[in-house]
Design a protein around this ligand. Structure first.
Ligand code: ADP
Ligand code: MG
Length: 481
């Protein structure tokens, strides 16, 4: 029997607000342990939470970007569980009233295949602290810097059909968050983490199979690896006629396998109830409109424009829109040179290549967009050749100088004046009378010889197209005489 893989992801995105979700402590990553704690973070009796408005702004923004309905009447709920990194004994989250619901994002699984993946809900919650087990042999330690850092949890519908698609979807979520600048999406630092739910069902079957949930995956590679392992494990059980146990698993990246962590908890296990310390949050239309007006264009829209208006390939559009800074740079180059294809080539191959080699990115590029645009303009107006432009670019990359300055300083100008080229052609003809005779008798091979001679005597700076044309024209004139 053939089986189909069904996957749904729960993605946790740490928001890049300055302070925590319910108190003023900093969210900065990498501080000494327990530097960013206060009475509320420690769960001290009597401390009360105050909502950080920016968290709601960001949630609305992400909801709009993911085509969700934004809830008007929001509440926070307490989700109870006991763990040392959760001093209050409950996490403040949202339960029955998440801020965003029923959305979708279009995910490109390859440059020309796109499909919407449903977004079931997005809710606001606080992060927990971190238990550290490997610093002391006799004790585990707790760092509460992360406790109370705001998170958005994005829950997808079970619309994903393979481990590779899951990684694509996760990249798309990260890309949107980075475009909106609501999170850096840094997986190594834990700003983006995901739980992956997976089940198999016979092809053609409508009902979903029993799922398992792999907790806390922290890299794109591990998402794919963990889901591949789990697909194979479930498949072998099903083929042997056995049942899948609904459970929560941990992925062990060292062995590349999953192992049981606990049986699946039900929501009733958490004793959810509305948090009495926090008033409901009412999101009025006006608030939504204000956020909408602040939103940047999203990668999907920009990609579409790059293909339909700028005439780029879907592949190139995908490369340019991978990061908002990259496409902003590209558009600034285009603004100067008005040559979409050339701007794309110079940005994606020359510039990205050079940046890569030096371990730089676009924000630290020694060549700015105005100068790269100006370089392309110099080529298009035939002031320099494409070949000269490569060496000018190298100099720009080294010195950050403008192309005009470099061309001036190095006397690199291409000769395009017909009079000037013609006078050089005549000199070369005079210096090579026997070859000229042969050319005029119709020996076409000598055309190339004369092009070579003219280019040589100008040190390669004559416009080759013009040289070609003018040699033909001058030879015809002489032959006709
Ligand atoms: P719970 O409330 O138990 O966490 P949800 O219905 O909210 O369950 O789903 C959690 C995640 O699991 C979602 O991303 C959803 O798409 C996914 N999911 C639900 N059922 C299945 C299934 N049978 N196979 C794979 N993924 C599933
Ligand atoms: Mg869940």
């Amino acid at each position: 029997m053939e089986y189909e893989t069904v996957i749904g992801l729960e993605v946790h995105v740490q928001l890049s607000t300055k302070s925590k979700i319910f108190c003023a402590s900093s969210t900065e990553f990498g501080a000494d342990p327990n530097e960013h704690v206060d009475a509320l973070t420690l769960g001290m009796p009597g401390s009360l939470p105050v909502l950080n408005k920016t968290v709601v702004d960001y949630a609305i923004m992400l909801g709009l970007a993911m085509n969700c309905e934004i809830r008007n009447f929001n509440r926070f709920a307490r989700k109870h569980y006991f763990y040392p990194d959760l001093p209050k004994g409950y996490q403040i989250s949202q339960f029955e009233e998440p801020i965003c619901e029923r959305g979708y994002i279009n995910v490109s699984f390859s440059p020309d295949s796109q499909r919407p993946i449903g977004i079931k809900r997005i809710h606001m919650e606080e992060d927990a602290g971190k238990n550290i087990h490997d610093m002391r042999t006799e004790a585990s330690l707790i760092d509460l810097n992360r406790a109370g850092v705001p998170l958005l949890e994005i829950v997808s519908e079970p619309d994903i059909r393979s481990p590779a698609e899951a990684a694509c979807y996760l990249r798309a979520v990260r890309q949107i968050c980075r475009y909106l600048r609501i999170s850096d999406g840094n997986m190594e630092e834990g700003s983006l983490r995901c739980d992956a739910n997976i089940s198999l069902r016979p092809v053609g079957e409508m009902k979903f199979g029993t799922r398992t949930e792999i907790k806390n995956i922290n890299s794109f590679r591990f998402v794919e690896k963990a889901l591949e392992y789990e697909t194979a494990r479930q498949l072998s059980l099903l083929k042997a006629g056995k049942q899948i146990r609904q459970e929560t698993l941990l992925f062990d990246s060292a062995s590349g396998s999953t192992r049981p962590m606990r049986g699946k908890e039900e929501s009733s296990d958490y004793r959810y109830f509305p948090d009495p310390d926090l008033p409901p949050v009412v999101v009025e239309e006006r608030w939504i409109r204000e956020i909408r007006s602040q939103m940047p264009k999203l990668p999907e829209q920009i990609s579409k424009e790059l293909v339909e208006i700028y005439g780029l390939t879907p592949y190139d559009a995908g490369v340019l829109t991978s990061e908002r800074d990259n496409v902003d740079f590209y558009l600034a180059v285009y603004d100067v040179c008005q040559n979409a294809k050339a701007a794309c080539n110079w940005v994606t191959s020359e510039l990205f290549g050079a940046l890569n080699q030096q371990g730089l990115d676009i924000s630290t590029s020694p060549v700015n967009a105005a100068n790269l645009g100006a370089l392309i303009k110099l080529i298009d107006s035939e002031i320099i050749s494409g070949k000269m432009a490569k060496s000018v670019f190298e100099e720009m990359f080294k010195t950050s100088a403008s192309p005009q300055e470099i061309v001036e300083k190095q006397g690199l100008k291409q000769i395009t004046s017909e009079d000037e080229i013609l006078s050089i052609i005549r000199q070369v003809f005079d210096a090579n009378p026997s070859q000229l005779k042969s050319l005029l008798e119709g020996n076409d091979r000598l055309h190339g010889f004369f092009v070579g001679q003219v280019m040589k005597s100008t040190g390669g700076s004559a416009n080759p197209k013009k040289v070609n044309e003018l040699i033909s024209r001058e030879a015809q004139r002489l032959a006709g005489k």
